[in-house]
Ligand binder design. Structure first.
Ligand code: NAG
Ligand code: NAG
Ligand code: NAG
Length: 380
C-alpha cells in the first residue's frame, strides 16, 4: 500500500532535517569555542547533551508512523488512549465460547498488552498459550486448513516461492494444509517442494487492470472457491497476501471461528489515526470501531470466511454501482465487517509484523513479516 512509501519518504526527510540541524548547531558552537577558550569545556558538554537529545530515537506514539502528521498533531502530552493494559473482563467465564481450547489461555501472563477484547475474544500474544495444547487439540479434532493466496502478474515470480516455502516450515505445522494459489499464470507455479501432508492447487483467475480491483475482487474469488471446493475438505480457511514471509511459528493457536489481525501500524495508536473509510456514501463508512484490522491476514471456519467475503463483496459492488471506492479498498470493507460481526479471535501484530516499524518491546516473537514491497514495478 502506498502509505508505506509515504512513510519511508517522511522518515528520510525527518532524518535529513535532524542531521542538518545538528550540523548547524555544531558549526556555530565550534566558532564560539574558538572565540572563548575558557568556555570550551562547557560548550562541549552542552553540545554533547544536545546531540544525545536530538539523536536518541524517541518512539513517537504509534511507532509505525504510517500517518506521522497525526501523531505530531496530537502532541506529546495528550493522554494515552492507545492499546495498552490487561484483560479487563469480569472473572470467569472470561472467554466466549467456554469449554474450548482457548480456555487454556493465560490471559494474565502478559501485563504489557491487552489480551482480550471487550466482547470476550482473546488477543493472541506470545507467552499466553501452550503450543502443544493447541496442536494436540486440533490434531485430535482432525482440523485441516486451507490457505488462500493471490499471485497475479509479477507478484508470482517476486513473492510466491518464498511465501510457500516459509509456510511449509512455519504455518500450521502438524496439520494437513492445502495451498490454494489464485493466479493468472498457473503454468508458472512450478518447482515448489512441499512437505508431506501439504498439497497445492492452482486456480486460474482473470487479471484485472487496476491493482485495487485485483485486491477487491479476491473477495469474490475466495467466496467461489469456498463454495466449490474448500468447504468439502477443510474446516478452516486463512486468506493471506503473498508479499510476506513466515519467520516463526504461525500455528494452530491462530485457528478460531472468525479471526482478525491487528494492523501493526495501528495496534498502539489512538482511534483517530485508524484509516477507516469516512465517506458517508460508501458502504464501508465507519465513524468509530474497535481496532484497525489488517487485510493481509484473515480467517476462520469456512462458514464465517464465506460470510465475510460475500458480505464484503456485496459492499464493494454496491459502492461500484454508486461510483464510490472505499479508502483502503477491501481492507475498509473488512474493517466494517468485523465492526458489525466481532471476530472470535484477534491476532496480535506478531502475526504480521512490518520490519519498518522498528523494534517494539511488546513484540517478543515475529511470526510473519512483510516482505520488501516494490510497488513501482509490481503495480505497473
Ligand atoms: C510465465 O513466466 C515466464 C518466464 O518467467 C514469463 O515470460 C511469462 O510472462 C509468465 N506468464 C505469465 C502469464 O505471466
Ligand atoms: C462520496 O463522498 C465523498 C466525500 O464525502 C465525495 O468526495 C465523493 O465525491 C462522493 N462520491 C460520490 C460518487 O458521490
Ligand atoms: C453466515 O450467515 C448466515 C446468514 O446470514 C447466518 O445464518 C450464519 O449464522 C452465518 N454463519 C457464520 C458462521 O457466521
Amino acid at each position: 500500500m502506498s502509505y508505506y512509501r509515504i512513510d519511508l519518504v517522511f522518515r528520510l526527510i525527518v532524518a535529513a532535517c535532524r542531521m542538518n540541524f545538528v550540523l548547524n548547531v555544531g558549526r556555530r558552537l565550534l566558532s564560539k569555542m574558538r572565540q572563548c577558550s575558557r568556555l570550551r569545556l562547557l560548550y562541549g558538554l552542552c553540545f554533547l547533551l544536545l546531540f544525545i537529545f536530538i539523536c536518541t530515537p524517541r518512539r513517537v506514539a504509534g511507532g509505525a508512523g504510517a500517518y506521522p502528521s497525526m501523531h505530531w498533531a496530537r502532541g506529546r502530552n495528550t493522554p494515552w488512549t492507545g492499546f495498552q493494559g490487561k484483560c479487563h473482563l469480569p472473572p470467569s467465564p472470561k472467554l466466549k465460547p467456554v469449554n474450548h481450547v482457548d480456555d487454556s489461555l493465560d490471559l494474565g501472563s502478559r501485563t504489557d498488552v491487552k489480551t482480550c477484547t471487550t466482547w470476550g475474544a482473546p488477543i493472541m500474544w506470545d507467552g499466553m498459550f501452550d503450543p502443544d495444547v493447541y496442536d494436540k487439540h486440533h490434531i485430535k479434532m482432525g482440523a485441516s486448513v486451507a490457505l488462500t493466496v493471490f499471485a497475479i502478474g509479477r507478484y508470482l515470480e517476486t513473492y510466491l516461492m518464498d511465501f510457500l516455502s516459509s509456510a511449509d516450515r512455519h504455518f500450521m505445522v502438524g496439520l494437513p494444509v492445502t495451498y490454494y494459489v489464485f493466479t493468472d499464470a498457473p503454468e508458472n507455479v512450478t518447482g515448489v517442494n512441499l512437505k508431506a501432508g501439504r498439497t497445492l492447487e492452482t486456480i486460474m483467475v482473470k487479471r484485472h487492470k487496476r491493482w485495487q480491483d485485483i485486491s477487491m475482487m479476491r473477495m469474490e474469488t475466495i467466496a467461489d472457491a469456498i463454495q466449490t471446493r474448500i468447504r468439502h475438505r477443510h474446516r478452516y480457511v486463512f486468506c493471506m497476501d503473498v508479499d510476506q514471509v513466515f519467520v516463526g511459528r504461525f500455528g494452530s493457536e491462530a485457528l478460531g471461528d472468525s479471526v482478525a489481525l491487528l494492523h501493526s501500524s495501528f495496534y498502539n495508536t489512538p482511534q483517530e489515526t485508524y484509516t477507516y473509510d469516512r465517506q458517508p456514501n460508501s458502504t464501508a463508512y465507519m465513524e468509530t470501531g474497535d481496532f484497525y484490522y489488517h487485510a493481509a491476514v484473515f480467517g476462520g471456519t469456512w462458514q464465517s470466511v464465506r460470510n465475510l467475503t460475500e458480505s464484503c463483496l456485496r459492499g464493494i459492488m454496491t459502492d461500484k454501482r454508486n461510483g464510490v471506492e472505499a479508502l483502503w479498498h477491501d481492507e475498509s470493507h473488512l474493517n466494517k465487517y468485523f465492526w458489525l460481526h466481532k471476530p472470535s479471535k484477534v491476532l496480535s501484530p506478531e502475526y504480521c509484523w512490518n520490519f519498518l516499524n522498528g523494534p517494539s518491546r511488546e513484540i517478543h516473537v515475529k511470526r510473519l513479516l512483510w516482505a520488501e514491497k516494490h510497488y513501482d514495478i509490481l503495480r505497473s
